[in-house]
Design a protein around this ligand. Structure first.
Ligand SMILES: [Zn+2]
Ligand SMILES: [Zn+2]
Length: 274
C-alpha cells in the first residue's frame, strides 16, 4: 500500500451568533459545515482566503438555527448555477425544524452517530445537547487526519471529548464568560437559556471539554462562536491557554479566535492517505 501526504485546509469563514460557516477540504474533495451567512459572503470569503477553486461536494448542517442554515436555500441554487448540484446533509429533526424559506434543494437525511462518506471524506455526525430537535457537530476525516467543528452545545460530553482526542485541528465553541453574561444586558430568560444544559458553552465549560479532549496530535485550535456581548477574545484565549499550558503544549498548538465578520486565514494539516 502506498502512503502519501495531502494537505487538508480548514477555513472558518464566519463564526458567531450572526452566522457560521467553515470550509474543510483537501483540494480533491471538500465540505462546508453550516451556511449561516449570506451566500455572497460565503463565496466571497472563500475567494479572499484563496479557496475560489476549492471543491464543495456537500454542505453539512448542524441544526436549524438561522445562524447555521440561513443561506441554505440560496446557496444550493447558487452552487447549482455554478454547474454542480451539491447535496445538503442534516438530521430529520433539523429538516423539520428549518424555516421552509431556508430549505435547500437536494437534502440528504443523516442520523447522529452514523458516519457517512462524501467522496473519500468520512463524515461523523456527533450528537450535541442544544435546544433544537436533533442537533449534531461534525468530525470530518481525511486519511489519518480528523478535523472537528464543535459549536452550539450546552455542556461538554464524554463522546465529544473522545472524538476530539484524535483530532489534528478543532474548531471549538467558547461562547461566553459567565460573569459577563450574568452581569450583561440580556433579559433573564435569555441568560438562563444560554447558561442551560442545552444552550452554549461558557469559557469554563469549553476549557473543561478541551482538557478532556486534548490529544497529542492537535496542531490547530480555533475558538469559535464567541458572543460579542458576553465574551472577549482575550478571555476565551486565556481559558484555552491555561489548558494548553497545563498539558505542556502551549507552544506547539496554534491557537486562534475565529471572527464573525471575516474569514480566518486557512490552517493546513498534513493527512496521510493511501
Ligand atoms: Zn449558533
Ligand atoms: Zn444554535
Amino acid at each position: 500500500m502506498t502512503l502519501f501526504t495531502r494537505d487538508v485546509t480548514v477555513c472558518v469563514l464566519s463564526s458567531g451568533s450572526a452566522g457560521n460557516a467553515t470550509y474543510i477540504g483537501d483540494g480533491r474533495a471538500g465540505v462546508l459545515v453550516d451556511c449561516g451567512v449570506a451566500t455572497k459572503q460565503i463565496l466571497g470569503r472563500l475567494e479572499a482566503a484563496g479557496l475560489v477553486d476549492a471543491p464543495i461536494d456537500a454542505v453539512l448542517l448542524t441544526h436549524e438555527h438561522k445562524d447555521h442554515v440561513g443561506a441554505a436555500g440560496v446557496l444550493s441554487r447558487a452552487l447549482r448555477k455554478r454547474g454542480k448540484a451539491v447535496p445538503f446533509y442534516c438530521t430529520a429533526g433539523t429538516r423539520d425544524g428549518m424555516d421552509p424559506r431556508c430549505c435547500p434543494d437536494g437534502l440528504e437525511i443523516i442520523e447522529a452517530g452514523t458516519p457517512f462518506r462524501v467522496r473519500h471524506l468520512i463524515v461523523e455526525p456527533l450528537p450535541v445537547p442544544h435546544d433544537v430537535r436533533d442537533p449534531v457537530s461534525y468530525r470530518v476525516i481525511v486519511g489519518d487526519a480528523p478535523v472537528a467543528v464543535v459549536t452550539d452545545l450546552g455542556k461538554p460530553t464524554a463522546l465529544l471529548a473522545r472524538a476530539l482526542r484524535e483530532c489534528r485541528a478543532a474548531v471549538l465553541e467558547f461562547n461566553h464568560d459567565e460573569d459577563m453574561l450574568w452581569n450583561g444586558p440580556y433579559p433573564y430568560h435569555l441568560k438562563q437559556r444560554i447558561r442551560g444544559n442545552h444552550g452554549h458553552l461558557s469559557n469554563t465549560q469549553a476549557a473543561q471539554l478541551l482538557a478532556d479532549g486534548l490529544g497529542p496530535r492537535l496542531d490547530h485550535l480555533i475558538l469559535a462562536h464567541l458572543s460579542e456581548e458576553n465574551n472577549t477574545p482575550q478571555k476565551a484565549m486565556s481559558s484555552a491557554r491555561t489548558v494548553l499550558d497545563g498539558a505542556g503544549v502551549l507552544g506547539r498548538v496554534n491557537l486562534q479566535c475565529a471572527l464573525q465578520h471575516a474569514a480566518l486565514a486557512p490552517v493546513i494539516v498534513a493527512a496521510r492517505v493511501c
